[in-house]
Every structure is written in structure tokens, then in C-alpha cells.
Design a protein around this ligand. Sequence first.
Ligand code: GLV
Ligand code: MG
Length: 291
Amino acid sequence: MMGKGPNIPADMVFLDLEDAVAPKEKEASRARIVSAIRGNDWGDKVLCVRVNDWSTKWTAYDIMEVVGGAGERLDEIMLPKVENAAQIVATDLLLRQVEIASGLPVGHIGIEAQIETARGLINVEEICAASPRVETIIFGPADFAASMEMPVLTGGVQIPEYPGDHFHYVFNKILMAGRANGLQVIDGPFLHVRDNDGLRDYAMRARTLGFDGKWALHPDQVTVLNDVFSPTQEQFDKAWQILDAYKAATENDGMGAVMFGNEMIDEASRKMALKFISRGERAGRTRSAQA
Ligand code: GLV
Ligand code: MG
């Protein structure tokens, strides 16, 4: 993945020191990651490294070697299995020292926090608020299923025997904590990497609740996820029409609510429309000529 990383059309890429790396390779992988960061053109992708969690012997050394060696191009550290605010504060303090020692601006490195244990979910609100460095909160379904002792062997996929979505509460709890703190909220991996229809269906659940995106483990998954998490042209055009109709009603006619086709629209409709427009613009959409 390190070789393909620079070229895939994802918004963000992370290089892993955690569960994709065998324990005996952990230390040697740090230098490989630093040279991959320095030796490739990552374009305008957000570039992140996932370090090992604070229950291991590696976290501080991962951060010192990788952040200390990578230079300004590294944007973020991903911290897995975050259980409480203290672990974020410890990361923040260590990052500050490493930034000073390596000549980076203080605050340069952001934190992406993964919620993947029962304790982490209980404490997700304090985790999201623990440092201004926290930019993103991520759900880790595989580790979370293990932490909860769910009788599943594949993480992050639908369980047909369960009447509903077994992660519905988890999704909403993480989403609310993230939104209340102005963070980006991301769903984790879908491990059936050849089942793109299943991925589309499952990703749509997170998108419908309000998540900003989802991990891809394979370039084919990126295509599906970019589609699911971007407004359609129809939604984008409709959002613009709502804005126009609302503007005309409030500014010209002095009305707070107005009919738009068969719907009543008001200030809340304007806010919803703005979200579609900013997401659509980030995905490169422009308004259709006839809309
Ligand atoms: C991701 O890290 C997961 O555990 O699902
Ligand atoms: Mg995990």
C-alpha cells in the first residue's frame, strides 16, 4: 500500500505502524515510513501515520522517530485504541516537544483518534475535547467487535442475523461527540475487500447518519467511497435551488418560510443546503447549467 498510496484518489492516506505491522518489524518500519514520506510526492493528500497505542512499549518512540524524521509534510498522527483523555493529552505534550526539537511549528501535527474499545466509547466525549490537535474521530469496528466480545470473525460488515444495525448506537455516539467538538467523523474498514456492493450498502448507513467518510483498504474501495460520500449532481443542484428560493423569499419578500415545490423551506433548509454545497464543491461539482 505504501507504493500505491501517493497515486490513489483518496483525500487522506495513512501509513501504518500498528496492526498491519508484525511486532518484530515495528522498530525497523519507522525508518521505512520516514523515507516513504520524504521520498514520494503525496500531492495535496492529508498524510498521516498510525502509531501504536499507549498500552504498548512503542508509542512514544514511534512518535519521536517518525515525527522527528518526517519533516513538515507529515500532517497527522493516528492514535489507535484511545481509551481516555489522558492518552490524548500525553500525545499532545510529546508532540509539542518533538516539534520544538525538530524545528516544526508547535501545533503542526494533528491527531486522529480511533475509538475501538468499550472504554474508549464510554469516554468518547472527553477524548474529542481533550486537545485542539484532535481533528478527526474514527470508529474501529474490528477491534471494537473484539472488545465487546461480539461473536463475529469479520470486522465492519453487516451481521444478517441481527435485526437492524448492530453498530447503530456506536455510530451515533461517536458522531455526536465528534460533531459537538467540531471534528471530522470517519468510519473504519470494511474487510470484505472484494465485495464492493456490500461496501456501498454498509458505507451508505454511516453516510446517512452524517459521517464524513470511511477507510478504504484497497484502491477499488476508494472509488465506491468517493461516490457514496459525495452529493449526487441532483442533490447538489437542488441545494443551490433551495438557497436561491430562500434568498429570494427572505431578501425580496421579507418572508422566513416559503414553498419550494411541495416542500416548505426555512432557515434550517438553508443550513442543510449549505452542507451539500460545500461537500459537493470539495468533490469538484459545479452547478448544472439548467439548474
Ligand atoms: C481498525 O483499526 C479496526 O480495528 O477496525
Ligand atoms: Mg483497530
